[in-house]
Design a protein around this ligand. Structure first.
Ligand code: FCB
Length: 437
């Protein structure tokens, strides 16, 4: 893997990340219908119309999965709690079996010495709330805070770090403008509302957790490096707009109390009334920031209405997702986030990894992880702070609209038998993290 623990500061956390819908299997334990179930059941949205009903059957196999993390020498587990499993209709009735499941899971982590890091929303919007407009409806911020309160009262005592929402860009832009994720909308007004309400929901959830005395609260953002496709001023402007929509909207809202001009240029007319008054709540202080990083994009101008840009295929080697491999982007973002946060804020990489088709001998994944960790070490040598690194993902799992075909795991999953087999990358990570290997 090209590194050992000694190459990182004492106390540096190594972990793996997963999410509820992608691994648990929703058909057991009384989970309610979520937006992804109905999106997947609509022809054309998901490869083979696959959904999360089976997942990796983590709902039953979690002890084995926690063992796999402990045995790899990992310190921490970033997992998510499903809103529709805990509250099947999104509000009101609590599914006791759902909370009991996470209760057992947390005890299992503690028993194995794995530090629990929870995400409260990794995209299981209860269908009953989608009926009410989902992220387009301002009330979602309060519904979400109520759910977070229920979860934390029961489970918060064992959670070491928590973030309300995984990847707000995906929740808002990818799902309401590009239409690639549930609810599959392509509408600028819906987008503007979701872009704001997702951060309002973040702010309300942080407020609710602070009120309970919950500590070590953060935000997890996916950041994507945008480069102009050519040397002209139009491509430079298009890349700036892409960066504003993808990165600066969320970094700016949470860390600078403002949205970028290049994004407001298009979204401004469609924003909900009085949005400026929410910025104090959105930008309330955090204990840590989590960076999810996978790739870069080359951006060119395009004809047509705002944002008037398009992605251009680049020349670099690609993962099985078709994403270019660009480790220097993670160095860029680590330094950029360092420059934005108040002193003392901890910084983590909360997702980084690749889809690889090799079922067991995943040498490409070992190379990807090695190169990204080397880029992070370079940034640290240049003065950047980094407190931990979580790889995506422990297991091959449900890759959203691409179904089960894209394999991101350190551990192979046979989706017929659910058998787990550690890949070469799991063994390499173990050798890097544990003295005896
Ligand atoms: C991220 C998601 C995660 C997974 C990886 C590949 O955007 O957080 O659920 O799909 O990408």
């Amino acid at each position: 893997m090209g590194f050992t623990r000694e190459d990182f500061p004492p106390g540096f956390l190594f972990g793996a990340a997963t999410s509820a819908y992608q691994i648990e299997g929703t058909r057991h334990g009384g989970a309610g219908i979520c937006e992804w179930d109905t999106f997947a059941a609509t022809p054309g949205n998901v490869v083979n119309a696959e959904d999360g009903s089976r997942g990796c059957d983590h709902y039953h196999r979690w002890p084995e999965d926690l063992d796999l993390m402990r045995d790899a020498g990992l310190d921490a587990y970033r997992f998510s709690i499903s809103w529709s499993r805990v509250m099947p209709e999104g509000r009101g009735r609590v599914n006791a079996a759902g909370l009991d499941f996470y209760d057992r899971l947390l005890d299992g982590m503690v028993e194995r010495g794995l530090s629990p890091w929870a995400t409260l929303y990794h995209w299981e919007l209860p269908a009953a709330l989608a009926d009410l407009g989902g992220w387009r409806n301002r009330d979602i911020a309060d519904w979400f805070a109520d759910y977070v309160d229920v979860v934390m009262r029961r489970l918060g005592d064992r959670i070491d770090g928590a973030a309300p929402i995984n990847e707000p860009w995906c929740v808002a832009w990818l799902s309401h403008f590009i239409g690639q994720h549930a609810p599959g909308l392509r509408d600028i007004r819906a987008t503007a509302r979701a872009m704001h309400h997702v951060l309002l929901g973040h702010g309300r959830a942080i407020q609710a957790m602070r009120a309970l005395g919950q500590t070590n609260l953060g935000a997890v953002m996916n950041l994507e490096f945008a480069q102009p496709a050519d040397d002209g001023p139009e491509a430079a402007a298009a890349a700036r707009t892409y960066d504003a929509i993808y990165n600066r909207w969320f970094l700016g809202g949470v860390l600078e109390r403002r949205y970028p001009e290049e994004a407001l240029a298009g979204l401004g007319p469609h924003m909900p009334k009085g949005w400026e008054q929410d910025l104090d709540l959105i930008a309330a202080p955090l204990d840590w920031i989590g960076i999810n990083y996978y790739t870069r994009k080359l951006i060119a101008p395009a004809p047509g209405p705002w944002p008037a840009l398009r992605e251009v295929p680049g020349p670099l080697p690609r993962t099985d997702m078709g994403w270019e491999i660009y480790p220097d982007g993670i160095r860029h973002f680590l330094k950029r986030v360092n420059a934005l946060v108040p002193a003392g804020t901890r910084i983590y990489v909360t997702e980084n990894g690749m889809a690889a088709s090799e079922p067991r001998e995943d040498l490409s994944r070992i190379g990807y992880l090695r190169d990204h960790l080397a880029a992070l070490r370079r940034a640290m040598a240049e003065g950047a702070r980094l407190d931990g690194y979580f790889t995506w993902s422990l297991l091959d799992n449900y890759e959203w609209s691409l179904g089960y075909g894209k394999r991101f795991g350190l551990v192979h999953v046979d989706f017929d038998t659910m058998e787990r087999t550690p890949k070469a990358s799991w063994h390499a990570l173990r050798a890097a993290l544990t003295p005896a290997g």
